[in-house]
Write a protein that binds this ligand. Sequence first.
Ligand SMILES: Nc1nc2c(ncn2[C@@H]2O[C@H](COP(=O)(O)OP(=O)(O)OP(=O)(O)O)[C@@H](O)[C@H]2O)c(=O)[nH]1
Length: 178
Amino acid sequence: PSPFPPPGVDFKMKTIEVDGIKVRIQIWDTAGQERYQTITKQYYRRAQGIFLVYDISSERSYQHIMKWASDVDEYAPDGVQKILIGNKADEEQKRQVGREQGLQLAKEYGMDFYETSACTNVNIKESFTRLTELVLQAHRKELDGLRAYAAGELNLAELEEEEGKPEGAENSPKACWC
Ligand SMILES: Nc1nc2c(ncn2[C@@H]2O[C@H](COP(=O)(O)OP(=O)(O)OP(=O)(O)O)[C@@H](O)[C@H]2O)c(=O)[nH]1
C-alpha cells in the first residue's frame, strides 16, 4: 500500500474556532524541494485554502513566491483562498525581505499578508484563523444552505411532534396523548 502521508507531504488535523463555529481543518504541508513536486502538486487540487510561505531572511525564497503562485493558479481549484506569509519574523538581524515588500506582493496578488514566526509563535493562530475564515466565507452559501436545511429539519420535527398531540393538549391538564 502507498504510504500515508505520501513522501514530501506532512499531514496534521486541528480544530479551531471561527465565529463561534468549531472547524476541523486538515493541514497538508507540502515540501518545497523540486524532487517532490510531481507528488505534491496533486494535492493542490483538493485545497480550499493555501499559505504561500517565504522566509524573510531569504530574498531567494521571496522571489520563488511567483513560481508557487503560478503553480497554485494552474493546479488548485478556482475559488481557493490564499494568504501570503513571511515566516521567520524572529530573525530580524538576518532580514533580507522588508515587510513592505511582503505587503506589496500580497497586494499585487490580492491576498492577505502576515509576518509569522513558528519559533516564537507570532501570528500563527491569527493566520490560520484568517484563512479558515476566508474559506468559510467562500463557502457561505453552502453553509447557509446547510443551516437552513438543519433548521428546516428541526421545525419539521417540532411540527410532527405538535401534530401528534390531540387538540388542546397543551391547555388541558386532563388530556392524555400517550
Ligand atoms: N528562526 C526560525 N526558524 C524557523 C522558523 N520556522 C522554521 N524554522 C527553521 O527553518 C528550517 C526549515 O524548516 P521547515 O519547517 O523544514 O521548512 P519547510 O519550508 O517546510 O522545508 P521543506 O518542507 O523541506 O520545504 C528548520 O531548521 C526550522 O527549525 C521560524 O519561524 N523562525
